[in-house]
Design a protein around this ligand. Structure first.
Ligand code: FAD
Length: 288
């Protein structure tokens, strides 16, 4: 099913996982997928070459999500290293695996690279190309409540986002965001700028101090004062931090939904139990 049709009916719940590297076993992830499926998500997305890595077993993972038949697979796909022919070939592979949903991205550059080394420089070019090849896919795009870290200005980033909408994206997923206020400001500006696509909010469960610092730095999002206070109060005690972070994440999820977010997308980092605790405590699902 196309995810945009699900979004028309209800606020979605979804998860992001990353694939194992090509030479690593897939079984641990398969177990996590089974557990995540028990929470009846609308879709599960699988990254592609995230943080400049290679694409790993992306196709295998999305095929498995799709054939499990519990929810839809959303495959991330990037411009990095991909020619027109590569994209056309990948579209055929995804279609053959029954995958109907793609998140079209520019992609993270591998260390030292400053361009995509492919035929497309930006996500909007990739989206236009996919649309020129087939209308088989529902295409999502990324958006940045606190602007993309390399964008010259918020306005320029919104113009880039509008180009993704005009090229044929059907919905948006945000970069991780710990601040409901930042999201609301972004959404207001996007709507005034003519961006009408549904916006699903991407949330990184706040579970580890080091992970929080690493992810916010690499993704260019801010740490609100309430989160800094949690780090100050509980940062030296892993268990206390995890518990306080979970509560913060639950409140954030509920706030985003009250404020009208079209869905919640949890970055699981391939972990199940903390994510399940958050989903249940936020009242998104009842115990499987
Ligand atoms: P673009 O939309 O191309 O934007 C990149 C930058 O260029 C922005 O600063 C933008 O303002 C500017 N820009 C955009 N279009 C133009 C244009 N036509 N002309 C000039 N400037 C322009 N990375 C991975 O490698 N693999 C993944 O699986 C992955 N998953 C992600 C999932 C989500 C939900 C998000 C939010 C990000 C993900 N990323 C992933 C990271 C993403 O690839 C990086 O943030 C990347 O730097 C930008 O991708 P984009 O698709 O937003 O690029």
């Amino acid at each position: 099913m196309k995810i945009v049709d699900r979004i028309r009916n209800h606020k979605t719940l979804s998860f992001e996982v990353f694939p194992p590297k090509s030479d690593k076993p897939i079984e641990p992830l398969l177990e996590t997928l089974e557990q995540l499926n028990a929470l009846s998500p609308d879709f599960i997305s699988c990254t592609y070459g995230a943080m400049g890595s290679n694409k790993g077993r992306n196709l295998e993972v999305v095929s498995k999500i799709q054939t499990d038949g519990v929810c839809d697979a959303l495959s991330h796909y990037t411009c990095v290293g991909n020619s027109r022919e590569d994209v056309a070939c990948a579209l055929k592979e995804y279609a053959a695996a029954g995958v109907e949903n793609l998140l079209a991205l520019r992609g993270d550059f591998p260390a030292g690279a400053v361009r995509t080394h492919g035929d497309f420089s930006h996500a909007n070019d990739l989206i236009s190309f996919i649309r020129s090849q087939t209308d088989q896919f529902c295409i999502a795009a990324a958006c940045y409540p606190e602007k993309h870290l390399l964008a010259d200005s918020f306005e320029k980033d919104l113009e880039a986002l509008k180009r993704k909408q005009d090229s044929g994206a059907s919905f948006l997923i945000t970069q991780l965001c710990f601040s409901a206020e930042a999201y609301l400001r972004f959404r207001d500006r996007a709507r005034s700028g003519g961006i009408h696509l549904p916006i699903i909010v991407g949330i990184l469960p706040l579970l580890k101090k080091d992970g929080l610092v690493r992810m916010t730095l690499s993704n260019g999002c801010s740490i609100p004062a309430e989160v800094s206070a949690l780090v100050g109060r509980y940062g030296e005690n892993e268990e206390s931090f995890r518990s306080a972070g979970q509560s913060y994440t639950v409140e954030l999820v509920q706030r985003f939904l009250r404020e009208g977010a079209d869905g919640i997308h949890l970055y699981t980092l391939n972990h199940y139990s903390d994510v399940a605790d958050i989903v249940l405590a936020a009242g998104l699902r009842s115990r499987p």
